[in-house]
Design a protein. Sequence first.
Length: 119
Amino acid sequence: QVQLVESGGGLVQAGGSLRLSCAASGSIFSINVMGWYRQAPGKERELVASITRGGITYYGSSVRGRFTISRDICKNTVYLQTNSLKPEDTAVYYCNADYNLSGAVFRSWGQGTQVTVSS
């Protein structure tokens, strides 16, 4: 299994920045993709950014050019640098990991971290 713990959320003014962290533990060698999702009140959870084992990144259209996903392999941690934040970025941000164990695919989620952007 893979366990994920997020940190780094908070309250920031529009135009500001936050860096979110997601520390992975457990069967980290089996992780194929890690990503950040977010869910605002009354909305569906949406993919914000992801990074594959090989380092290939993906960004949702609403954050492309403002957010950057990166990783520190030695620390088993994935980061989401959020810049030029807008009030519409307000949401609970969740880290996730897709991994293989014994031929099956699993998905783990962190507990979420709140990001609030004031106008």
